[in-house]
Design a protein around this ligand. Structure first.
Ligand code: CUA
Length: 332
């Protein structure tokens, strides 16, 4: 009874969080659910093995303990074909029970959804230390925020530009490696609207721990609006400051960053595409997107995200810095 009480209190505490789930133990999509089933199978098997071993251990401890006044050496036994067969065969059976559903699920999750499912295809390219999302069906790229519609299969084509990374959204599924020169695939979906945290789950360098991204799940209609906005972005400066900011951007940033729909052709692809930057939740996947943080990032990216390839723009004068920020924040 008391144990049940403790568990229900924990459940209550966890349920109290307004934030969408961030845990593999509370999946929000079918991929996450299937992976949780696998986790449960392995936990049950481990618990069973642990219990059996403990029972035998305690039994042996008590049954064969040294008794008072008995200093003789116990009977020495060496080799027992029966026992050795037993403790070889049982683990093989347990591993098979684990392996069959794991391999089957891994392959089925990598499969391309059927035509009827009308899946959305997104090409995910990992870079040190950021994420690129290319919507092949719609012909645009974005970074750091993966927007998907609710209740729709999303077919991910995962690859890397540099080293091995791993795509992981605890509440939706993962961890699938992104390897340079190779494409791995995985299908995910989300049953609930919300923002889910994503992580890189493979040590990839100094910035690994901060290689975060977000999955934004919207109702289909809202997602379609977002797509339309990305296809027709508003990237034209409206004020004098923004105009100056655009110039500063052209001189300093556009060899690496692209902004779709801007006056000058900006096709830099070494760094995140910044179209619609003003609407993003986060800067570089880690800082709240506000004026102060943007300056912090522009001036000392390496302090925010160690190992980042983004150079410091500490040399810009105050006016140019202000203009650049105004321009970036105006991008919708
Ligand atoms: Cu990318 Cu760790």
């Amino acid at each position: 009874g008391r144990l049940l009480f403790v568990f229900s209190m924990i459940a209550l505490l966890m349920a109290g969080c307004e934030e969408p789930a961030k845990s593999v133990l509370d999946p929000q999509g079918s991929t996450g659910e299937e992976q949780l089933t696998l986790i449960k199978i392995s936990i049950y098997i481990m618990a069973f093995v642990f219990a059996v071993v403990m029972v035998i251990f305690i039994y042996v401890l008590i049954r064969y303990r040294q008794k008072p006044g008995d200093d003789s050496i116990p009977e020495q036994v060496e080799g027992s074909t029966k026992l050795e067969l037993l403790w070889t065969v049982i683990p093989i059976i347990l591993l098979a029970i684990l392996a069959v559903p794991t391999v089957a699920t891994t392959f089925s999750l990598a499969e391309k959804p059927s035509e009827e499912e009308e899946a959305l295809t997104v090409k995910v390219t990992a870079h040190q230390y950021w994420w690129e999302f290319e919507y092949e069906d719609y012909g645009f790229k974005t970074a750091q925020e993966l927007h998907i519609p609710k209740d729709k299969k999303v077919y991910l084509k995962l690859t890397s530009r540099d080293v091995i990374h791993s795509f992981w959204v605890p509440a939706l599924g993962g961890k699938t490696d992104l390897n340079p020169g190779q494409t791995n695939t995985m299908t995910i979906d989300a049953k609930k609207v919300g923002t889910y945290e994503g992580r890189c789950a493979e040590l990839c360098g100094a910035g690994h721990a901060l290689m975060n991204f977000e999955v934004v799940v919207d109702e289909e209609q809202k997602f379609d609006q977002w797509v339309a906005q990305r296809q027709e972005p508003s990237s034209q400066p409206q004020t004098a400051a923004q105009e100056r900011g655009e110039e500063v951007f052209s001189q300093n940033c556009m060899s690496c960053h692209a902004i779709d729909g801007a006056e000058l052709e900006r096709k830099g692809n070494k760094a995140p595409n910044l179209t619609g930057f003003g609407e993003r939740d986060k800067i570089a996947g880690v800082l709240e997107n506000n004026d102060e943080n943007l300056e912090k990032w522009l001036k000392h990216p390496d302090k925010v995200k160690p190992g980042s390839y983004m150079p410091s723009f500490d040399f810009l004068n105050e006016k140019d810095m202000k203009s650049l920020k105004a321009y970036l924040q105006s991008l919708e």
